[in-house]
Write a protein that binds this ligand. Structure first.
Ligand code: ADP
Length: 491
């Protein structure tokens, strides 16, 4: 495979997508967003924090090893444990009190939009889509501030029973709490003293206090559901956050209620625009029952497109009963990419999807059902566009607009990714799944599905990597829809 050629293809695909994007009317994006507050801790901070409590009480709490943060001393105890061991940890907090306490006693260095729907909405707005309709059921005043202020993000607001679209800053629900995840970073060699003993932090690491307010529900307000037409016209919907569904709630409702309502929303969206394409972005879901239910009851038969990384492919296969294939994807051995390919095909078939987009470091695979309105080259170019966005995001930690995204064009295509694809080519041509010629272009015409495999651009020393997966999926999905609209317009 020719590296130069792939660089050239990236460049052409990027500018083609840029031309196609204005053909989109809009995208609907729901459900999850939160605030990621990042704070780097110093020795001085630790002296202050420890000084706020009785040191014997802290010691006792360290011995108890709190599994959730119910009061501030739990936080200090878990922080000391993480620092002493140099281990990353994530501890849930189910109330908002700790957020208020941390804001008051520590504050953060900077805060970012977090959560898949939040990240995707901001990215699409920066790609200059005419309209991004974001919907976050728990949009608080504080959360609304993290949406970009480009004028093209709108959020439904209910006023006197009427649904209208407003900028998030005018659409938040007064009185709603915020979901803030705190990320505390600490450095190697920091000295920490508590109750007369001092230790040195063995390595750089972080403690995350993840906010899981009990009142959060993955649901849509009744009025918005009933007047969903007010959000249109949109050409696509990108849905995520289903992992927040819980098996049981204190009020007696269960996951079944929320799954059923989620499906109703999808069906209604499709009925309002039969051409509408729906993409679900997966993330890791610890609870196997919820993971399986999301795949079989929400994704299967209802949505068109699924985006996920390699670990999630393995996790999905595992709950769908393909354990061996799942292990082989995880092991990433010599056959890793072949298993990944087979796994993605299996997901497309079992979940009755039109498209499965898997991103990995160095290459992306997209499996397509037969009969899609775009050519394989057009699908390939949508993926290449997203590879440029991923590179720009890794390089600068952010993408402010399409012009800044051009920085991604300078990032080289991953040599390791190309090598993985070359191995895959040998496997495919050996089994007559494709000819060497078609593979050179990055696509395969299979008997019951088609596939795209591209090497992607990878930044050696990324500035930040959070949310790159979401950027890849959103960029490719938007570029694909834009090309479909452009073609419909006869261009
Ligand atoms: P997240 O949920 O944080 O987005 P994912 O695992 O879903 O994480 O996605 C990470 C993806 O980002 C990888 O699959 C890879 O394609 C891409 N990526 C990670 N690091 C880089 C990098 N340095 N340069 C380019 N792309 C990267």
């Amino acid at each position: 495979m020719d590296m130069e050629e792939w660089e050239q293809r990236h460049t052409e695909a990027f500018y083609d997508a840029k031309e196609a994007l204005p053909y989109l009317d809009g995208m609907f994006v729901a459900y999850n967003s939160n605030i990621d507050a990042i704070r780097h801790l110093t020795e001085k901070d630790m002296i202050k924090l420890v000084g706020l409590f009785d040191e014997a009480e802290i010691q006792n709490r360290v011995a108890v090893y709190p599994r959730e943060i119910t009061e501030p001393v739990d936080f200090v105890a878990r922080l000391l444990i993480s620092m002493r061991e140099g281990k990353a940890a994530e501890v849930p907090a189910y109330t908002e009190d700790i957020h208020k306490w941390l804001k008051e006693h520590l504050g953060f260095d900077y805060a970012l939009m977090g959560g898949q729907a939040g990240i995707i909405s901001n990215l699409l707005a920066r790609l200059d889509l005419k309209k991004v309709v974001a919907y976050v059921p728990w949009l608080s005043e504080e959360q609304a501030e993290y949406f970009v202020d480009n004028g093209n993000i709108l959020h439904p607001r209910v006023e006197n029973g009427q649904v209208t679209l407003k900028p998030p800053a005018e659409a938040f629900k007064p009185g709603t709490g915020s979901k803030v995840n705190w990320i505390f970073e600490f450095s190697k060699d920091m000295k920490v003293t508590c109750a007369g003993s001092t230790f040195k932090v063995p390595r750089d690491n972080r403690l995350i206090i993840s906010s899981r307010p009990k009142w959060i529900r993955l649901d849509m307000d009744r009025e918005i559901y009933e007047q969903l037409y007010a959000l249109f016209p949109v050409d696509g919907a990108m849905l995520s956050g289903y992992q927040m569904i819980k098996e049981e709630y204190e009020d007696g409702s269960t996951y079944k209620d929320y799954v059923e309502r989620s499906v109703k929303v999808i069906e209604k969206l499709k009925s309002l625009n039969p051409e509408l394409r729906i993409h679900v972005e997966l993330t890791s879901i610890q609870n196997r029952l919820i993971r399986k239910t999301i795949l079989t009851d929400i994704v299967a038969r209802h949505v068109h497109s699924l985006g996920l990384d390699t670990v999630e492919v393995a996790n999905a296969l595992n709950v769908l009963g393909y354990e061996e294939l799942s292990y082989s994807v995880i092991r990433k051995g010599e056959n890793g990419i072949m298993s990944l390919y087979q796994g993605a095909v299996q997901l497309m078939k079992d979940l009755k999807l039109e498209r499965v987009h898997v991103h990995s470091l160095g290459f992306y695979i997209c499996i397509l059902a037969k009969g899609h309105p775009l050519t394989l080259k057009e699908h390939r170019d949508a993926l290449l566009f997203s590879s440029v966005l991923a590179a720009a995001q890794a390089l600068n930690g952010k993408i402010e607009n399409l012009t800044e995204a051009e920085a991604g064009l300078e990032v080289p295509v991953s040599a390791a990714g190309l090598e993985d694809l070359e191995n895959f080519q040998l496997y495919c041509t050996g089994r007559k799944l494709c000819t060497p010629d078609e593979f050179e272009y990055g696509y395969i015409y299979g008997p019951d599905h088609d596939a795209i495999l591209i090497p992607s651009k990878v930044v050696d020393r990324p500035k930040a990597t959070v949310g790159i997966g979401d950027t890849i999926s959103a960029g490719a999905f938007a570029a694909m829809l834009a090309r479909m609209k452009q073609k419909q317009a006869g261009k």
